[in-house]
Design a protein around this ligand. Structure first.
Ligand code: HEC
Length: 177
């Protein structure tokens, strides 16, 4: 009889303990067991052709040919070139070097892939403004994209600055204020 009483008592205590555990568990996890979207859980792709407010349409790297045909909407004025030079010093010099001469003139380039000489007359002739603008905004083969750091407008200023570095390019820009 005595043992039966102890047994019943143990059962009751066990059941109570289990219930308390369940309540405590649910109490602490209540907010996690609900319908919710975790940050980064779902990646919504942007519908084709959408333009961010205050931004410009970004042509993907794969369509470089189309991007290369884009005309430069920014006049290569002295202000534009100065702005481009300033942005170039911030974002590009580490790899391209202070004079955009490429090779290992930039400190990062010594540890990375040496970039080309952007002042090279042949390269300058071969590439359109749109091509380089696209290179800056969406990146190159290994060059990172700068569309997050620079606006489309700023990228055009940088292109204007690069053009001013071409042999004879300065004259071209000087005649077109
Ligand atoms: C992390 C290093 C790095 C940084 C920073 C960088 N570039 Fe480059 N860039 C490269 C490399 C490497 C290449 C050549 C390989 C390639 O095409 O990706 C290159 C190529 C280029 C080209 C030549 C494209 C062509 O073939 O005509 C241009 C123009 C250029 N970069 C401009 C810029 C500008 C402007 C910036 C700053 C907004 C910049 N880069 C920042 C590494 C860099």
């Amino acid at each position: 009889m005595k043992y039966l009483f102890v047994l019943v008592l143990l059962c009751v205590a066990g059941a109570a303990g289990l219930m308390v555990t369940i309540i405590a568990y649910r109490w602490m996890n209540d907010m996690t067991h609900t319908v919710r979207i975790l940050p980064g859980e779902r990646n919504f792709s942007m519908p084709v052709g959408v333009v961010p407010r205050g931004g410009a349409a970004i042509i993907p790297k794969e369509q470089r040919d189309a991007a290369a045909k884009e005309p430069n909407p920014v006049k290569p004025s002295a202000e534009s070139i100065a702005l481009g030079r300033e942005r170039f010093a911030i974002f590009c010099v580490p790899c391209h070097g202070p004079e955009a001469k490429g090779g290992v003139t930039g400190p990062v380039a010594t540890k990375f892939i040496p970039p080309p000489d952007l002042t090279n007359a042949d390269l300058q002739r071969q590439r359109t403004d749109g091509y380089w603008h696209s290179y800056i905004v969406v990146g190159g083969a290994v060059m990172p994209a700068y569309g997050e750091a620079l606006s489309s407008q700023e990228a055009w200023h940088v292109v204007n600055y690069l053009r001013s570095l071409a042999p004879g390019g300065a004259a071209r820009t000087a005649t077109k204020p």
